[in-house]
Design a protein. Structure first.
Ligand SMILES: [Zn+2]
Length: 285
């Protein structure tokens, strides 16, 4: 089977108010998350782009930008000429994955049909997660996929709903086994920590026990529990705009079982993994 390398490209960070999105469990809790585009490179030199970073952010996410993270600069530095890219994979249409998709003038875009249909008519609180201006004009070049799809020898798209209805993960064959790119099905490595559900239920109990008044995050026991859940050690199950947490959890466990190498959507640890699998050194999953 053909082998590939995956390069996580940092294109900015978000300073996020998680509390504004997961009320009332983490009101006031802020965390910084990197936003990646990914470059998949084949042994024959083929380059495939995954997702398109952001130009817009809703009020809950404060973008942190620096010239070195500008998308055209990042692509150039990594030897990518946007005009030469023929294939772009869109994991889902959230605004931090679509900002620069239109740079790739000669590309076809591979996306789940379900994702497009949902994004056309987003409902209620998930609507601010989309920026249709980024991609509306590109729809004629969308290749609509229904379910799992082998896009190349060694690369497969896997429908993994939950975060959005049509999120797709990507299975990539590497020299060190099968890498699974989770996208926002799992933000952080810690999202796979087995202990998380118990931590979450403990917090729920604390919150409901004090439900007569708003949760005071300055209370040490609440702050401590929130930190355990959302810190790099435990965080990642929950993110904004998860339309179906239960379904997302099932998708996450399915992908985890398939993976020799785990590539989450927004983990700061990926910043130092310039090339996967070469720089991948995590034990187990
Ligand atoms: Zn997302």
């Amino acid at each position: 089977m053909k082998e590939y390398k995956i390069k996580p490209l940092v294109t900015g960070w978000f300073h996020m108010n998680w509390g504004g999105l997961i009320f009332p469990f983490a009101e006031g809790y802020h965390a910084d998350l990197p936003v990646f585009m990914f470059l998949i490179e084949g042994e024959d030199g083929e380059q495939i782009i995954v997702d398109g970073s952001y130009t817009y952010a809703p009020f809950t996410m404060k973008p942190i930008k620096s010239p070195e993270w500008e998308v055209p600069t990042v692509l150039k530095k990594n030897g990518v000429n946007p005009d030469s890219i023929k294939t772009v994979i869109i994991t889902h249409l959230h605004h931090d994955h679509t900002g620069y998709l239109s740079l790739f003038k000669n590309a076809s875009y591979y996306i789940q049909e379900k994702e497009l249909l949902e994004a056309y008519y987003p409902v209620g609180p998930v609507a601010p997660g989309y920026e249709p201006k980024d991609w509306m004009d590109l729809v004629p070049r969308f290749q609509l996929i229904n379910g799992d799809f082998k896009i190349r020898d060694g690369i497969k798209l896997i429908h993994a709903p939950g975060h959005t209805a049509g999120l797709q993960a990507i299975s990539v064959n590497t020299a060190k086994g099968r890498a699974i790119m989770f996208s926002d099905c799992c933000y952080l490595y810690a999202g796979l920590a087995k202990r998380f559900p118990m931590q979450f239920f403990e917090l729920m109990n604390k919150v409901t026990a004090s439900a007569k008044e708003p949760v005071d995050t300055s209370r040490p026991e609440v702050a401590e529990t929130i930190n355990k859940i959302f810190s790099s050690k435990y965080g990642g199950y929950f993110g904004p705009s998860i339309i179906n947490p239960g379904e997302n959890m099932r998708s996450m466990h399915k992908l985890n079982m398939m993976a020799d190498i785990v590539v989450p959507g927004h983990d700061p640890m990926l910043v130092d993994m310039k090339v996967i699998p070469d720089d991948y050194h995590l034990e187990g999953k």
